[in-house]
Design a protein around this ligand. Structure first.
Ligand SMILES: Nc1ncnc2c1ncn2[C@@H]1O[C@H](COP(=O)(O)OP(=O)(O)OP(=O)(O)O)[C@@H](O)[C@H]1O
Ligand SMILES: [Mg+2]
Length: 284
């Protein structure tokens, strides 16, 4: 089934990424640093990350708990001001051109906030209105996206609190796609989902990229997901981007037995499901 997502509601006039600075890079981050002060100690969550994502690319940031993935995503999405560094989105500076940039990007996180007493549909129509999507359009489009994500029509009008956590997570993903963002920042879109739901989300992400010229930066703990979905993978370790490349390149360079798990282990000295040292020491 093919759904015409982008043509139905394009980006607002003047914010088409094609017009915005003619940049081939969808995202260009230089020297991003973000420090936090927690219980009297300085935590360097992101320690100087330089990263670019090309238009149409799916880029996976792979990192253990506490490696700085969410902080980086928040800094890239204008949600959090970095202490150092610059970010451009389709050639637009996220500080100077914040409003235009906000129309081009959307971010999904697992802790998405919703009105739990309202249905998935009501939440999505509400979100659409905030972005200027007419309710009738939002309704049609939400139905299509939810079905495509594996949520049956019979569940669309139930209060969100009655849906499983995985389904609620999919509603968050649906919300991000409702406005046809040119650049999507997905913070662990599939963490906690069962295998089948993971696959549905992964297929959806890939199809959207293929059909609608979307660019996607996602974070994950899931090596298989990174390999399956991403054109390029960057490994984040203690707030630094320690290596990047295609899965094949990484395995060629670092894999002793040819798996991404070995690559991760050889670069970071630990398994991806082990926490970063600061997390283990409870220094949060
Ligand atoms: N608001 C905050 N105040 C203090 N420290 C923070 C804050 N947010 C993040 N940190 C710290 O910054 C570091 C990176 O955290 P971040 O949430 O970015 O990691 P992550 O890679 O997203 O981890 P996870 O896989 O668990 O989601 C951690 O040491 C974390 O404790
Ligand atoms: Mg995180």
């Amino acid at each position: 089934m093919t759904i015409a997502v982008r043509p139905a509601i394009g980006p607002p006039a003047g914010t088409d990424p094609g017009q915005a600075g003619h940049a081939r890079q969808a995202l260009e981050a230089r020297g991003i640093v973000k420090r936090f002060r927690a219980s009297g100690k300085d935590v360097v969550a992101v320690a100087g990350v330089t990263l670019s994502v090309e238009r149409g690319e799916i880029y996976a940031l792979l990192g253990a708990n506490g490696s700085g993935k969410s902080t980086l995503i928040r800094a890239l999405s204008t949600l959090l001001e970095p202490d150092e560094g610059t970010v451009t989105v389709f050639g637009l500076d996220i500080r100077k051109d914040e409003l235009a940039v906000k129309r081009l990007i959307n971010r999904v996180s697992v802790e998405a906030s919703f009105f739990k007493k309202l249905s998935a549909m009501e939440n999505l129509v509400y979100a659409g209105r905030l972005y200027g999507v007419p309710a009738s359009e939002a309704r049609i489009r939400s139905r299509q996206i939810l079905v495509r994500l594996g949520i049956a029509v019979t569940r669309h009008d139930e209060p969100l609190e009655k849906l499983s956590r995985g389904m609620q997570q999919k509603v968050a993903i649906a919300r991000a796609f409702l406005t046809s963002p040119a650049l999507l920042l997905l913070d662990e879109p599939t963490t906690g989902l069962d295998i089948r739901s993971k696959r549905e989300v992964q297929t959806f992400v890939r199809d959207l990229r293929d059909e609608h010229d979307a660019t996607i930066l996602l974070t994950t703990h899931d090596l298989d997901e990174a390999e399956r979905l991403a054109d390029r993978i960057g490994v984040l370790h203690e707030g630094r981007l320690v290596v990047e490349g295609t899965a094949a390149e990484l395995m060629g360079r670092h894999g002793t037995r040819g798996s991404l798990e070995d690559v991760f282990m050889s670069i970071t000295g630990r398994k991806i499901d082990e926490n970063e040292p600061s997390e283990i020491a409870g220094e949060r």
